[in-house]
Design a protein around this ligand. Sequence first.
Ligand code: ADP
Ligand code: MG
Length: 474
Amino acid sequence: MAAPWRDVVRDAAAVREAAAVAVDAALLAGGLMRTGEQPHASDVVNYAPFTLLPSTVPRALFEQAYAVQQDFNLLVDAISQNKEFLEQTLASTIKVDDFTAQLFRIYMQVLEEGLAQTVFLGINRSDYMFDCELDGTAALRQIEINTIAASFGGLTSRTADVHRLVLKVLGKTEEASNLLPNNPAKGLALGIAKAWELYGSQRAVVMFLVEEIQRNIFDQRCVENELWNRNIRVIRRRFRDVFEQGSLDASRRLYMDGQEVAVVYYREGYVPQNYDQQNWEARLLLERSRAVKCPDIATQLAGTKKVQQELSRPGTLEKLLPGCPEAIARVRATFAGLYSLDEGEEGDRIAATAIADPDRFVLKPQREGGGNNLYGEELKQVLEKIKDSPERTSYILMDKIKPQPALNYLLRAHSPLQVSECVSELGIFGVYVRQGQELVLNQAAGHLLRTKAIEYADGGVAAGVAVLDTPYLV
Ligand code: ADP
Ligand code: MG
C-alpha cells in the first residue's frame, strides 16, 4: 500500500465505507462519463473510474516534471516550425504508415499554399512514469508527449476534491490538507482565450472539433465552461459538419454555418478511425484556414512516436533549441532509451536485441489513444515477422519502464471492490501561444495522475484500463 495509508487499508469495513462516500462524492463533484451502453446520452451517466486513495509520488520527480514543461512547450513549437526536421525524420515512416503519410501530405500542401494562420496555440500533455533504478531510487522517464486532444484536464480537478474527502473519512485530516489544488481546464481555457483574443474578432467563436461518440464530453465541458465564463462563444462540431457546412472566404477566414471561427480545438482526429474521405477533406479545409488550430497539423506531427525517438539521438536537441543548453539538459534528463528501427545496421542490431530480450522493450507504432503497443512475447513474434521488411520502420522501440507497484483500490462502475497492485503515470499539461515569431504565453497548466493495475501493460482511462488519481507527494 501507498505507505501513508497502510494502516487504514487493513480495515475492510473502513474501506467499504470510504468507497461508498467516494463514489457519491465523485458523482456530486461532476467526475462523470457517459456510459458504454448509451454513449450518446447525458441522461444516463456514471462516474469516471478513479482510485480510492491518492497514490504517492516522489516530490522531487513531480517538481522536475513541472520544471521541464515550458522547455517541452518550446521544443514542440520549434519542431512544428522546422520543415527540414519533420521531412527528414518522417521520411522513412511515411513510406509505410498511411496515416502519418496522409497527415504529412496535408502538411506539405498547406505549406506550399502559404499559411494563412498567424497565431499558434499548443496544448500538450507530457506523460511520465517513475522508473525503479538498480539502486532502488526512482527516476522520471517520459512515456510520450501528446500534442493533440490531450484529455482529462477537466475531470482531474474533481478527483482531488473527492480524495480530500476520502482521506478525512479515513481519519487522515492532515494528509487531506496536503493534496494540491489542480485545475488544468482553467489553464487550457486561458490559452484558448488568448489565441481567440489575438485572432482579433469579437464575433468569432471557438469550435471544439469532437468525435461522433463523445463519452468523455464532461471533461470537455469543463474547458468549454471556462470559456463561456470569459464570454467567449463555444460551438461543438464534428468533421462531418465541417465537410457539409464549413467554408473559407477570400482571405481564408473559416465559417461554420455563418459564424466565423477563431480557434479550432481538436478533441478528435488523432487516429485513422477518425477519418474517411470526407473527414480528410474537412481536415484540409481547417488546416488551410486562418483560424488558430490547436494543434495545427505540423504540431500534430511533432507529437509522433518517430519524432520522439529522433529527439533522443545525440545532437538533435542542440539543433532544435540552439543556445538553450539548460533547457536541453532538463529535457534530456527525462528521456528513456529510444531506438530507431529504420532499415540498416543500427535497426538490425536493436531488432535482434529486442527479439532476444523482449521484456526489456516496448514496440510502438505511430498511433495514439492506448492499446497499440506491443510487449513481451507478442513484441517478439511481430518483430520476428517484420524484421526484414520495410514495415519495421513504422515502429520504434523504447526501453520498458519498470515502476515500483503500490496497492490501491480501483473504483469502477459495476466492478467489485478489491485491492490491486498498481502503477501510475503522471501527465503535465502545457499551454503556449505564439503570434508570428513572438511567444506570448508559455506555461504549465496542471497535472493528471492515472493509475492502472499491473496486469495491463498498456492503455489509458478512455481505453478502460487506467483510472483517475491524485498525487500525494512524499
Ligand atoms: P498512446 O499514444 O497509445 O497513449 P503511449 O506511448 O502513451 O501510447 O503508451 C500507452 C501506455 O503504454 C502508457 O500509458 C503506459 O501505460 C504504457 N507504456 C508506454 N510506453 C511504456 C514504456 N516505455 N514502459 C512501460 N510502459 C509503457
Ligand atoms: Mg499515452
